[in-house]
Design a protein around this ligand. Structure first.
Ligand code: BJW
Ligand code: ZN
Length: 248
């Protein structure tokens, strides 16, 4: 894809030593994972905010588990896209790199990224509400599923009103504050605290770039907005970095 890169962006791209990338559901959209908000975000007419809470789970564990099993089935069938692979290449192109994701689908790891901060957990894990045991079972003897100890299992993800995994947010903030180039990719920027990372990066001097198919809550605070699909724009950026560094 031919993209117009500004002089300023090219200079930042060439000079950046420490880059951080923060991703949301949009980066997996081209793989076939539905996003949360907008038209395709609805599942049986429910909004994510109505299902992704502990209260919803307590009131109707069958319904919430059905949603997660439906999503696991989708994720099990699909593959990373060119956006995930481009991000995996980033780690070889900068002295220091950190990937942060709100996604629970694990596709960054499949694409080859390592050291991923998963702010909202991982959909493949189950956690017992009683003993805290973690397992990766997908077939269950009973539904909603129970742990060996008899306690109720839940998906090991972060619901609204819950704290992010210990250390994850701190590590993400450290990256945002320490990097000189920060990308926010495929997120609507409405869910906190993840949505505050780009402004933290900017306040600490990073050049902040957004990649999204539409304007978001974050667009007005970024230095550069690329309008388009992450699976097209990220590979073009990787090509440009390689060209600038004489790697191709
Ligand atoms: C493309 C594309 C392509 C499409 N290429 N782009 C009032 C004010 C401020 C905060 C709060 C408040 N009231 C409550 C809060 C806190 C709350 C919050 O932020 N709520 C807001 C909604 C108002 N946050 C929390 O509760 C968090 N915890 C917390 O704050 O703890 C402290 C605390 C404790 C106790 C009390 C109060 C505070 C936890 C948030 C957990 C979010 N969990 C979910 C579910 C995870 C599990 C699961 O997957 O089921 O995380 S919700 C859902 O939203 C999921 C996502 O990670 C998250 C973000 O969504 P994302 O990724 O941005 O997706 P979309 O769909 O919104 O956007 C997709 C984007 O992609 C769009 O922009 C498209 O245009 C774009 N796109 N195709 C590029 N090809
Ligand atoms: Zn248990």
């Amino acid at each position: 894809m031919e993209i117009e890169f500004s002089e300023k962006f090219l200079r930042v791209l060439k000079d950046a030593k420490y880059t951080a990338v923060s991703t949301g559901a949009g980066v997996s959209a081209e793989s076939g994972v539905p996003t949360f908000r907008g038209e395709d975000g609805l599942w049986k007419k429910f909004r994510a905010e109505e299902l992704a809470t502990f209260e919803a789970f307590q009131a109707n564990p069958d319904l919430v588990w059905e949603w997660y099993q439906y999503r696991r089935e989708i994720i099990n069938k699909i593959k990373p896209n060119l956006g995930h692979y481009a991000i995996a290449e980033f780690s070889n192109l900068f002295d220091k790199f950190q990937l942060i994701t709100q996604n629970v689908d694990g596709l960054h790891r499949v694409a080859g990224s390592e050291d991923i901060i998963e702010l909202h957990g991982n959909i493949k894990r189950n956690r017992c509400l009683e003993c805290g045991d973690i397992n990766y079972d997908e077939e269950f003897a009973e539904f909603p599923p129970l742990c060996k100890c008899g306690g109720r299992l839940r998906p090991d993800v972060v619901w609204f009103g819950e704290l992010l995994p210990a250390g994850a947010l701190e590590k993400a903030y450290e990256a945002a504050k320490g990097c000189d180039l920060f990308f926010t990719v495929g997120t609507s920027g409405v869910v906190q605290p993840a949505a505050s990372l780009p402004s933290a990066a900017r306040q600490h001097g990073a050049f902040v770039v957004e990649i999204n198919i539409e304007a978001t809550e974050l667009t007005f605070i970024v230095d550069q907005h690329f309008r388009g699909k992450s699976g097209e724009i990220l590979p073009a950026i990787v090509d440009k970095i390689k060209e600038l560094r004489g790697l191709k």
